[in-house]
Design a protein around this ligand. Structure first.
Ligand SMILES: Nc1nc2c(ncn2[C@@H]2O[C@H](COP(=O)(O)OP(=O)(O)O)[C@@H](O)[C@H]2O)c(=O)[nH]1
Ligand SMILES: [Mg+2]
Length: 318
């Protein structure tokens, strides 16, 4: 291939071998196979018939086009400013409600605690509502976090509004009702934000998915966060498609937009454990069209970051 200059109208046959390589590369970086294929197909569709005059060689040209389209996927179509949304909700006399959902062990409760820490740092008062009434120890785990967060914030603070408490009604009860009572309590006691922890569930478990849908439909959270591990590959698609479908099929609509997604944000956890295997970030945003609101990068309260889309693309294409 001529690496100095290239001037021709691109045909499918020019692109196929290059995109096949790039597709394999994306899959090796943990992008779900289905998504890698779709991404490469869309780049092909965009480039076929284009008249290319480039100094960089066709391979780099195609790679750049793919990078651009991935960067676009990772850049949210909706700019979610949680603190501003909290303020607006509070101005109308109500707490801002976030529900955390996802499969077992992905880091829902831990990252809920990190987000609580971030809210407290921003002078928001937080009521954590314990709606994982299923897994033994779930409530104690939250209590431990809240105790630690109280120690960090309530002592050090300059008398501002930062307070955090737990609302719990024990195990085995109906999560929807507990969430409702908790939100009402938060409203009466002027908490700024409710963080609703839910039980983990497999995306194929229909009765449990229905229960989650009921909790969301009845309580109408401002933000429904799907918590997913950065470790997942093809499984990411299955989880998200099924969570979203179960929620939509059971009448949930996202609060902030009426799009095809009932989930309106993603928390990508265990990002510290994957080295440059960053593919899950692409799969999850591609499937939902929703932003990755936070990235979990460890087990302490401060291990919470914003997604750096350019850094993800860099790691992905390396
Ligand atoms: N390395 C790492 N571990 C995490 C992260 N988030 C959660 N974990 C760990 O994952 C495990 C499961 O977390 P937990 O919050 O109980 O998951 P849940 O079942 O979804 O509520 C715990 O050992 C957490 O410390 C993260 O961002 N990085
Ligand atoms: Mg949990």
């Amino acid at each position: 291939m001529n690496t100095f200059s290239y001037n021709k109208t691109l045909a499918k046959s020019d692109l196929d071998p290059i995109l096949a390589n790039l597709r394999d590369h994306l899959i090796a970086k943990n992008v779900a196979a289905e998504i890698a294929t779709k991404l490469c197909d869309s780049v092909a569709n965009k480039l076929i018939g284009q008249n290319v005059n480039t100094w960089m060689g066709l391979k780099s040209f195609v790679k750049n086009a793919l990078e651009e389209s991935i960067l676009r996927i990772l850049s949210p179509n909706r700019n979610l400013n949680i603190l501003r949304e909290v303020q607006m909700k509070n101005d109308s006399g109500n707490p801002y409600v976030i529900v955390f959902c996802g499969v077992n062990g992905v880091g829902k409760s831990t990252n809920l605690a990190k987000i609580a820490n971030w809210l407290l740092l921003n002078d928001k008062s937080v009521l954590v509502i314990a709606c994982d009434t299923f897994r033994a120890g779930a409530i104690e785990q939250l209590r431990t976090h809240i105790h630690a967060l109280k120690n960090i914030h309530e002592n050090s603070n300059s008398g501002s509004s930062s307070k955090i408490d737990l609302y719990e009604k024990g195990y085995g009860k109906d999560a929807t009702g507990i969430a409702m009572e908790g939100i009402r309590y938060a409203s009466n006691s002027s908490y700024d934000v409710c963080l609703v922890d839910t039980a983990g569930r497999m995306q194929g478990n229909e009765p449990l998915m229905k229960q989650l849908a009921k909790l969301i439909k009845v309580n109408e959270p401002d933000l429904t966060l799907f918590v997913g591990e950065a470790l997942v590959g093809n499984e990411a698609v299955d989880q998200l498609v099924n969570f979203n479908r179960a929620l939509l099929d059971n009448g949930c609509r996202s609060a902030s937009n009426d799009s095809v997604s009932a989930i309106n944000g993603i928390v990508l956890t265990k990002f510290d454990t994957i080295d440059d295997q960053v593919g899950a970030a692409i799969s999850m945003t591609y499937i939902t069209g929703q932003p990755i609101v936070f990235v979990g990068v460890g087990q302490t309260y401060r291990d919470l970051k914003r997604l750096n889309a350019r850094a993800v693309v860099r790691a992905l294409m390396k």
